[in-house]
Design a binder for this molecule. Structure first.
Ligand code: UDP
Length: 232
């Protein structure tokens, strides 16, 4: 089925309006907010700190522990508070998307806790959470080999589009959603999920489009991080 014009009038490769701010939670070691369209993610980093209970400690390397949560007021139909299978999965893929840029060998026996809260959701929340968390980790002073940004790409009707909103995700019989996380310099893909039907060529095209989106996010992340040090 052909999809000739996006429902909100954006170009097929146009990302929603973005905004980022670093240093939003004073008590955290690092924190950041990332907004993309109506989706807002907050991230707070605590640590590295001693991991309890002790049997979970690894004398060789630190542990990165991510917790993704969607506030009950973040969606139109109130979300029941507490963890779900979806939030457990997103926490896990977020950990994987971020772990490769952190040198955890530097922090044996410790944990770096990353809490992500979605305060407003209109699709793309796992990606917004990863983009916010990467800034919060940098703000916490955790040595990072590279920066990470994430964006969702997908297939709506017959078109590959970037940064789907909820209305697009639900379009007709449902879009194919492909969240992608990528490092800024290395251009390494640290997250790639796929929910739906696409051909190999379409996946390759989607990754190309995602790269462009991640480059835009990287610029916003860098600007937000520079901003905080300018004001301190
Ligand atoms: N959503 C919702 N209630 C829920 C979970 C999700 O309304 O309990 C909406 C929300 O807008 C979310 C979207 O569905 O952004 C897509 O969710 P998905 O699981 O695909 O993850 P996301 O795209 O947010 O990473």
């Amino acid at each position: 089925m052909s999809y000739n014009k996006r429902l909100d009038g954006r170009k097929f490769d146009e990302v929603r309006k973005m905004h980022a701010k670093v240093g939003i939670i004073k008590r955290a070691d690092g924190s950041a907010m990332f907004q993309i369209g109506d989706t807002i993610a907050l991230a707070a980093v605590y640590g590295p700190r001693e991991l309890h209970p002790k049997f979970l400690q690894n004398p060789e390397r630190g542990v990165l522990r991510c917790n993704y949560d969607m506030a009950s007021f973040s969606v139109t139909e109130r979300k029941k508070p507490g963890p779900t299978r979806r939030s457990t999965e997103i926490s896990l893929v977020t950990e994987k998307a971020l772990a490769s840029v952190i040198d955890l060998d530097l922090f044996p026996n410790t944990v770096i806790d990353v809490f992500i809260v979605i305060t407003q959701a209109n699709a793309g929340t796992r990606c917004a959470g990863i983009s916010a968390a990467a800034m919060a980790l940098a703000h916490a002073g955790i040595p990072m080999k590279d920066m990470v940004a994430a964006i969702s790409v997908g297939k709506v009707g017959d078109k590959i589009v970037i940064d789907l909103d909820k209305e697009e995700e639900d379009f007709e019989e449902g879009a194919t959603d492909i969240p992608v996380a990528m490092t800024a310099r290395g251009k390494e893909v640290t997250l790639l999920q796929l929910d739906g039907d696409v051909t190999k060529d379409e996946v390759m095209e989607a990754i190309k489009v995602a790269k462009k989106g991640c480059d835009e996010i990287h610029k916003i992340q860098t600007k937000a991080l520079k901003e905080i040090y300018k004001n301190e």
